[in-house]
Ligand binder design. Structure first.
Ligand SMILES: [Zn+2]
Length: 348
């Protein structure tokens, strides 16, 4: 793997926001800041034939994010009102968050894969109390005690902004081309991180916009959710194998920095999950009959398990559950099928 976004990487080392960069005559990346360890989302802005701009992703919804996106577009001689269309890689708030504001200011269309569009439009995603109830029930089904799950999920004030995200007005299926005149941007369905995650392959330049499916440094979170896929890790590894079989000119991810060497990176991400699967299988061997919640506590994490709480703990447990489901698909483990399933090695 070779880092091609060296200005982004330098900024990362200096703990600074990277600059707006012109990547081609008619293509730019604009960093939109967000809280948390990822620091920013790279929004890609395309000049369209016939005038106007197209975006891939929009950034985390906040006044600071809005200012960064507006100023970024101004620095390349445009503005929010020039946006004709927004392609959203997936439903998470750092990607879809600002789309509603962009749409209201510009009249742009917003396009997503139908699987993520359906989740954004679902009752549990339009109402914070319902969202919380569904997530608490889901965590209880993984072995959480109800009070702990309620504390981990948090209050509705913290979640209400998620319920106001744009419901897309256009759908893009795998293989369809985006309506960006002058470009040949093909949607590549890459489920796993979310059920409807899309990457975009630009056929004229050989650029590959990887969203959160492939990032150069971190392994994207692959978790089960109340409304998501049955076996998201299997979906993810299948999608990694299919994009890893291509070798684009450059990979343009939604976080961190641009790079070359997609096949090397997908191989490393696959190896990471196989290592995790082996570790979980060992944990089930030594602690048979555990719930996902209990088994998560037997895995190694970047900090002592006792320090995990709230979102960190939810991610860890739902990620463990995703690994359990893939082990079950492979016939290596089996659950007792109860309302809170417990897991043992499969008898072979
Ligand atoms: Zn993201």
């Amino acid at each position: 793997m070779e880092i091609s976004g060296t200005a982004q990487h330098d900024a990362w080392q200096a703990r600074a926001l990277p600059p707006v960069e012109q990547l081609r005559e008619d293509l730019w990346s604009i960093p939109v800041p967000m809280g948390g360890p990822l620091r920013y989302v790279s929004v890609y802005a395309f000049a369209l034939d016939g005038g106007g701009l197209g975006l891939i992703d929009t950034g985390w919804e906040s006044d600071e994010g809005w200012a960064a996106l507006s100023d970024g577009l101004a620095s390349l001689g445009g503005g929010i009102t020039d946006v004709r269309g927004v392609l959203v890689t997936h439903l998470h708030f750092d990607h879809l968050g600002l789309a509603e504001r962009v749409r209201q200011a510009s009249g742009a269309w917003v396009a997503m894969h139908p699987a993520d569009a359906a989740i954004v439009a679902s009752p549990g995603h339009r109402d914070a109390d319902r969202f919380i109830a569904e997530e608490v029930d889901f965590l209880v089904s993984l072995g959480a005690d109800r009070d702990g799950a309620i504390a981990d999920v948090g209050t509705s004030e913290n979640l209400v902004h998620f319920t106001r995200m744009a419901v897309p007005d256009r759908h893009l299926e795998d293989g369809e081309h985006a309506d960006f005149p002058g470009w040949r941007l093909r949607a590549v369905h890459t489920p796993g991180h979310t059920p409807g995650h899309l990457c975009f392959a630009e056929e004229r330049t050989g650029l590959f916009f990887s969203g959160d499916h492939v990032l150069p440094r971190i392994s994207p979170n692959i978790s089960t959710t109340a409304t998501g896929a049955e076996d998201p890790l299997r979906d993810y590894l299948d999608a990694l194998a299919s994009v890893g079989a291509t070798e684009p000119a450059e990979v343009l991810p939604a976080h961190e920095w641009r790079f070359r060497g997609l096949a090397d990176r997908t191989a490393a991400l696959t190896a990471h999950h196989e290592h995790r699967l082996a570790e979980l299988l060992d944990a089930i061997r030594t602690h048979p009959g555990g719930t996902p919640w209990q088994l998560a506590g037997h895995l190694t994490w970047s900090r002592p398990w006792e320090e995990y709480e709230r979102r960190m703990r939810i991610f860890a447990v739902t990620e463990t559950d995703a690994h359990l489901r893939l082990l079950a698909s492979r016939g290596l483990v089996t659950s007792d099928g109860g309302p809170v399933p417990t897991w043992t090695l499969a008898v072979r």
